[in-house]
Design a protein around this ligand. Structure first.
Ligand code: RP5
Length: 209
């Protein structure tokens, strides 16, 4: 994975527009019937990033985050935790997050989107909120809910939808890279390759005089 080529990185860009992943597609994922949630882990390494979402229906929007965490080989887990339908699970997840070694939580939710804020209220693990377009308001509702956390309990708020999910994972990677030189180097490489892709873009036409 670390020796990924520019082609696979182009695949990442493509996949942000047309995500192929669906919950359960990932062979690294396994069902946990007791929680009814899907969990993904990385080869027994301690999970560093928790990706939580208010509903299985949010998964497609959060998929770019998971693709990026996989690309950078960051151990993660993905779980369904609904703030209003499973508040006890939310509290338990947040209360145990620090002791379990989570370094960042990415939380995506649609509608009133309490999930990121409620998680942040119960843990000091940094929470990155991704507004999910799930209602007639197309994510504006979730964006305003997540970004308007009252003073004292921060949630880092990303853009609505898949670009926000991708950036949440990159942000998580940058946080982890503060104490991981190898990851930091790979993030530098990734940025350079994104720049190179743009430099090589050619629209094919002659400039008009
Ligand atoms: C929110 O309600 C979820 O985050 C999801 O975006 C939205 C709809 O959930 P479902 O009705 O699809 O389960 O809590």
């Amino acid at each position: 994975m670390r020796a990924a080529t520019a082609n696979s990185l182009s695949g990442y860009n493509f996949s942000m527009r047309q995500p192929r992943a669906k919950m359960g597609d990932d062979p690294m994922e396994k069902r946990t019937p007791s929680q009814g949630a899907t969990i993904a882990q990385s080869a027994g390494r301690p999970v560093l990033v928790g990706v939580v979402m208010g509903s299985k229906s949010d998964y497609e929007v959060l998929a770019p985050a998971i693709e990026i965490l996989k690309f950078f080989e960051i151990p993660y887990e993905a779980r369904v935790v609904s703030a209003h339908r499973t508040p006890d699970r939310l509290f338990e997840y947040a209360e145990r997050a620090e002791a379990r070694g989570l370094r960042v939580i990415i939380a995506g939710a649609g509608g009133a989107a309490h999930l990121p804020g409620m998680l942040a209220a119960k843990t000091l693990v940094p929470v990155l909120g991704v507004p999910v377009p799930a209602t007639m308001l197309n994510g504006i509702d979730s964006l305003l809910s997540i970004v308007q956390m009252p003073k004292g309990v921060p949630v880092g708020t990303l853009a609505i939808g898949k670009p926000g999910a991708a950036n949440a994972a990159l942000f998580a990677a940058e946080i982890l890279a503060l104490t991981d030189d190898d990851l930091r180097r790979r993030l530098h490489d990734w940025r350079r390759e994104r720049s190179q892709e743009v430099l090589e873009q050619d629209l094919g036409g002659e400039p008009t005089p």
